[in-house]
Design a protein around this ligand. Structure first.
Ligand code: C2E
Ligand code: MG
Ligand code: MG
Ligand code: MG
Length: 272
């Protein structure tokens, strides 16, 4: 019996891998057409202050493909990165957010920041800085309303290149957030060397709150450290009231998660 089971998992393994590769190839080859045929859109997820007032939105790309249906960014962004298509996606998102920014800002009074995700691959491309500057000029963007989120992996390959890129972004008046903090390689050394405004605590730490005393202590320590470094702290993936209460009690400045709002398209956002 167990021998049979072993053999049958072996025989389905190979076709599965072929299916997998086929889908990856299909996705990679569909990206340029998807931009041309307007299959991408941007959803916005609120970030709230401890009093639950909205302080900003994160722009998150969505893809409704004619042939593949909804494809998650968690699936297609890594494929875009590996196939050299990410820059065109990044540029598309930047342009779209610049076009939609005024409508988002008009919904609220007070300081509002819209965040965009940059891939580690984008950071190597100095010409992207020129594109960003051109879009800000074209759409008359007040850069104090823009934040870019990057992950630690952006710094891994070439620290100086990444730091120079982000310094230029900062010099334009935008702020920088370190996304998914604690999820990856997390060298604490980076934190003293990079131009940074906000630390986004990865969802895994929020998930682990109240799981054990030790994981709660780790989360508390990250918050305390960020406070000592004068960084804004945003917690990702807040799903329960208990998590929110803990994070607020320990001094988180911003909270983001399904408890407060899911990512929404602009139309739905404006109707709220
Ligand atoms: P991220 O930047 O860390 O974004 C947070 C992800 O967590 C989003 O998934 C968001 O929808 C999801 N999320 C937010 N709150 C909750 C919650 O309470 N519970 C759960 N389970 N999930 C929550 P999404 O939109 O699928 O994006 C996944 C990742 O894809 C992003 O992670 C980011 O790394 C990447 N991504 C999305 N849009 C872009 C983009 O425009 N450019 C680039 N380069 N990457 C993007
Ligand atoms: Mg992000
Ligand atoms: Mg994140
Ligand atoms: Mg995350």
């Amino acid at each position: 019996r167990s021998k049979d089971a072993g053999r049958s998992t072996h025989t389905v393994f190979v076709p599965d891998m072929m299916e997998d590769n086929k889908r990856r190839l299909l996705i990679a080859n569909s990206i340029s057409g998807a931009i041309k045929h307007n299959e991408f859109s941007v959803h916005y997820q609120a970030k709230v202050a401890p009093d639950e007032s909205v302080v900003g939105y994160e722009a998150l790309i969505r893809w409704k493909s004619e042939s593949l249906g909804m494809v998650s960014p968690a699936e297609f962004i890594p494929i875009a990165e590996q196939s050299g298509k990410i820059l065109s996606i990044t540029k598309w998102v930047i342009k779209k957010v610049c076009q939609e920014l005024d409508q988002i800002l008009a919904m609220h009074t007070g300081k509002m920041v819209v965040s965009l995700n940059l891939s580690a691959h984008d950071i190597k491309n100095a010409s992207l800085v020129d594109y960003i500057r051109a879009m800000f000029d074209k759409y008359r963007v007040d850069t104090s309303h823009i934040e870019f989120e990057v992950t630690e992996s952006a710094y891994l390959e070439n620290f100086d290149v990444a730091n120079e890129f982000l310094k230029q972004i900062r010099d334009m008046g935008c702020s920088i957030a370190l996304d998914d903090f604690g999820a990856g390689y997390s060298s604490l050394g980076y934190l003293t060397q990079i131009h940074l405004n906000t630390l986004k605590i990865d969802k895994q730490f929020v998930d682990n709150l109240n799981v054990s005393k030790r994981s709660t202590l780790v989360t508390k320590t990250i918050i305390e450290m960020a406070k000592q470094l004068n960084l804004q702290i945003c917690a990702e993936g807040v799903e329960t009231r208990e998590q929110a209460e803990f994070l607020i009690l320990n001094g988180c400045h911003q909270l983001q998660g399904y408890l407060f709002a899911k990512p929404m398209n602009l139309q739905d956002l404006l109707k709220r």
